[in-house]
Structure formats: C-alpha cells, structure tokens
Design a protein around this ligand. Structure first.
Ligand code: COA
Length: 179
C-alpha cells in the first residue's frame, strides 16, 4: 500500500502528494537555526502535552544551541531540514547523533534520533519517511549499524509510523512517581 492510498483525496496532504516534489530536504545550515528552534519548540510542546515530564527546563536554549552547533559542524551529529519546495518554508526536521555507552558493553554505539517533527499539515505525505530514511543513510555513512530512539508510550501515531519504518520495541522505560 502506498501512502497516497491511505489519504482522503481532498486533504491538503493528498493534494501535496499529487504535486511533483512538493517538499525537499537538506542538511540544516547556520541560517536555518531559528527555524529549527521554532520546530523544536513545537515538538516539545507536543511531547509535554503527552507527558508533562518532557517539559523543557529554563536552560533549554543554550543546550539546544550547543546540540545544533554540534550537528552543523561535527561529524557525529546531523540535522536535516524539510521545507516546502515552492516557498522554501520549513515544515519538519530530524536531529540525530552518535551515542556511546560505557565500553563494558560489547554493543555500545548507535545513532539516536534525538528529535523528529513534521508539521501537522504535512503528515501522511511521505516526508517523515524520507527524513528517517536519510537519517539511516547518514548513520550508515558513519559506519553505524543501529538507529534507535525514545518515543512516548501514548504517542500512538509516531509508534505506528516507526513500526512501518522497521523499528521494533527492544526495551521499555518504567516510571513510578514516588513523591
Ligand atoms: C511522528 C511523525 C514524524 C510521523 O510523520 P507522519 O507524516 O505523521 O507519518 P505517516 O503519516 O507517514 O505515518 C503515520 C500513519 O501512516 C500509516 N503508515 C505509514 N506508512 C505506512 C505504510 N507503508 N503502510 C501502511 N500504513 C502506513 C501509519 O500506520 C499511520 O497511520 P494512521 O493514519 O492510522 O495514524 C509526525 O506525526 C509528527 O511529527 N508527530 C509529532 C511529533 C512526534 O510525535 N515526533 C516523534 C517523537 S518520538
């Protein structure tokens, strides 16, 4: 089944799918940082609505800027920006980085998708699939063989999406609020 057949043909997402190359993706550059920040804030408002413990702290902005700086300049992280091809308006992003565990573990490196967000109007267009596919290609180019991520248990759409992308649940975080 392709994505187009899943959509209401009159929806904005279906109309965009009819248009040739409605969106495009590029590696983010310094001039994209304000737009990536805007999308990152929307992602975290969404996440915090699902789970208040994902609320950003007061220190979020310099930490975010450091993470983006690393993604723009380093080899071990990267940021993709998706934009509407006809206007250049950003509509999604992915942020990923190589993570390393202690060397007491045999398998201790992976690429983590630290953030993935597509604006609502662009859901169901195949854009999220392209962001994840390009992230996996980048991970492969880094010699990494595993891509993983955290997803909130109640984020059902994202979980369905990731399963379609071939992700499987391998561990679960269990939480008990004790005070
Ligand atoms: C998660 C997110 C990036 C996914 O992008 P998307 O464009 O919504 O994803 P898709 O539409 O391609 O996939 C989700 C839906 O399509 C279906 N789908 C995707 N690929 C499919 C396929 N090959 N065959 C059948 N169904 C498929 C999924 O089952 C799901 O269906 P639904 O209509 O029942 O919900 C996007 O929803 C988003 O940004 N959400 C808010 C932020 C967020 O949750 N980020 C992830 C945090 S970990």
């Amino acid at each position: 089944m392709n994505t187009a057949s899943l959509l209401d043909p009159t929806s904005p997402a279906a109309e965009r799918l009819q248009a040739p190359q409605a969106w495009a993706i590029r590696r983010a550059s310094c001039s994209d940082v304000p737009e990536v920040k805007r999308l990152f804030l929307k992602l975290h408002a969404f996440n915090a609505a699902l789970d208040p413990r994902f609320a950003l702290s007061e220190a979020w902005e310099p930490r975010f800027e450091a993470a983006i700086e690393r993604a723009l300049c380093g080899d071990e992280a990267m940021c993709l920006l998706a934009y509407e091809a006809s206007t250049g308006r950003p509509c999604g992003f992915a942020l990923a980085a190589v993570h390393r565990d202690s060397d007491m573990w045999r398998y201790r490196e992976w690429v983590e998708v630290e953030a993935l967000y597509v604006e609502n109007a662009w859901h169901g267009c195949g854009l999220a699939d392209a962001l994840v596919t390009q992230t996996s290609a980048w991970a492969n180019s880094q010699g990494q063989t595993v891509v993983q991520l955290y997803v909130t248990a109640s984020n059902e759409r994202a979980i369905r999406f990731y399963r379609h992308e071939g992700f499987q649940t391998t561990q679960a975080i269990m939480r008990k609020i004790i005070a």
